[in-house]
Design a binder for this molecule. Structure first.
Ligand code: LLP
Length: 432
């Protein structure tokens, strides 16, 4: 099994965090997102512990809410003492609404509007991760109007290829995010930021990409960022206080994916960082990392009810389920791999291959291809797609007027509804 929170019980049912998934499907209906809160908390503690050990007590992991942003997860982050990475007023609103301490929120984005900036300041967001010169000007102006001095980081592109899929590679020089070190623009923007009266430059940020397995990428990014910081010290006498290395550690979608030892990786980055700082004459900065996927991905799975099993003789087999690209667009967008099981037939031999497809009026509505399934699969069975905790609920839509699923969280063997299933009425709510 790809994660230790999965098992099979004596009825041959798939269990997740100790709960029988077939029973959960019967209790809450399908499609259903299920999240293992204990696993989320365990991952937070791994990051917190490893980062403090590697970088010192000032280190802080920021959960990247874009992976899964809803009120209960912000409560968990608050309780675990995490920081958060937010990318929109919507995420800020959700976090603030459950009392998340917003001084531990870092506000990202390559195009923050004046309204976004004003709202984030009003909510007391701790840091803006500034992407470009226009944002610096707007933020300096709005902070001045509100009579505050806003703490910021500058987002830089270190010029690194993280070897992942194109949609999530962000550290290269030609990225839409940040300013390039290589072209000299990062140095120019730093000088510009230092001269703005209503902003306080705390340090620098980079994010090389997502679903990254190559640990060398972080070592190289860290070295490039520290060399840049040393150059800014030499040029301006500016001493970087914070260094944010972004998110991106990969997770296992398939048995064949490698398992990353996050604590060991962070330890390695810590050793390299200390050595570089010593060599460059820099104090060790307060380090931030921004894990999203590696906090929540394998803490989630999605349950569906099978509606049809179509065998096109000599061609292809299809298992159709009652959700699809509306609750998980990642295969349609990135051809992302997933492990899929027929949750009520775990002890049967999966001798056939089928495409598991959704219910949308679109041929591209595929959850996964070439899935091993037993030849007994039939209407009413429960299909489970694993590792859906990241970028599924967050990227869901209501295409074809299909309401978004409910979400249940599991903790200490108890299940609790945390997101209600959308109703047809919800879908029409804003329509006059
Ligand atoms: N920090 C920044 C600035 C980011 O842009 C991202 C992800 C993260 C942190 C979190 O990265 P993670 O630890 O989750 O890899 N929708 C795509 C993923 C887009 C990621 C965007 N940025 C997917 O479903 O694969």
């Amino acid at each position: 099994m790809i994660c230790k929170n999965l098992s099979v019980n004596s009825d041959g049912h798939l269990c997740f965090a100790g709960a029988d998934t077939v029973r959960l499907a019967a209790k809450y209906g399908t499609p259903l997102y299920v999240m293992d809160e204990d696993r989320i908390r365990e991952r937070c503690r791994t990051y917190l512990g490893a980062m403090r050990e590697a970088f010192g007590e000032a280190a802080l992991p920021l959960y990247a809410g874009k992976a899964a942003a809803f009120r209960q997860i912000y409560r968990v982050m608050r309780e675990e003492g995490m920081g958060i990475d937010v990318v929109s007023p919507g995420e800020i609103y959700a976090a603030a609404s459950v009392g998340f301490p917003m001084e531990r929120a870092y506000f990202h984005g390559n195009n923050k509007t004046d309204a976004d900036i004003a709202y984030a300041i009003e909510q007391g967001v701790g840091r803006f991760v500034v992407d470009n010169r226009e944002e610096l000007d707007a933020l300096n102006r709005i902070a001045g109007e509100k009579r505050i001095r806003q703490k910021i980081l500058l987002r830089l592109t270190p010029g690194i290829d993280p070897h992942t899929y194109a949609a999530v590679a962000t550290g290269m020089v030609d990225s839409k995010f940040g300013v390039a070190i290589e072209t000299g623009q990062a140095a120019a923007l730093t000088a510009y930021a230092l001269a703005l009266p209503n902003l306080s430059l705390e340090g620098f940020h980079c994010h090389v990409g997502s679903q990254v397995f190559d640990s060398d990428v972080y070592l190289r990014a860290c070295a490039i960022m520290l060399e840049f910081a040393a150059a800014m010290k030499a040029e301006h006498g500016y001493v970087m206080r914070e260094l944010d290395l972004g998110g991106g550690y990969g997770v296992r979608y398939l048995d064949s994916d490698p398992e990353i030892d996050i604590a060991a990786n962070i330890r390695q980055v810590g050793e390299a960082l200390r050595a570089h700082c010593a060599a460059l004459g820099l104090p060790v900065p307060a380090v931030r990392m921004e894990p999203g996927r590696s906090i929540v991905a394998d803490a989630g799975l999605t349950l569906y009810t099978v509606g049809t099993f179509k065998q096109i003789l000599g061609y292809k087999n299809y298992v159709s389920v009652d959700g699809g690209m509306t609750d998980n667009p990642r295969f349609a967008l990135y051809r992302s791999p997933y492990t899929v099981y027929i949750a009520n037939r775990m002890n049967e031999k999966a001798a056939l291959r089928a495409s598991v497809v959704g219910r949308c009026c679109e041929s591209g509505d595929i959850l996964q291809e070439n899935v091993p399934v037993p030849d007994t699969v039939t209407r009413g069975d429960i299909a489970a797609v694993l590792t859906t905790g990241a970028y599924n609920y967050a990227m869901s839509s209501t295409y074809n007027r299909i309401p978004r699923p409910a979400m249940v969280m599991l903790r200490d063997g108890e299940d609790k509804l945390v997101v209600r299933r959308e109703s047809y009425e919800d879908l029409c709510r804003n329509e006059l």
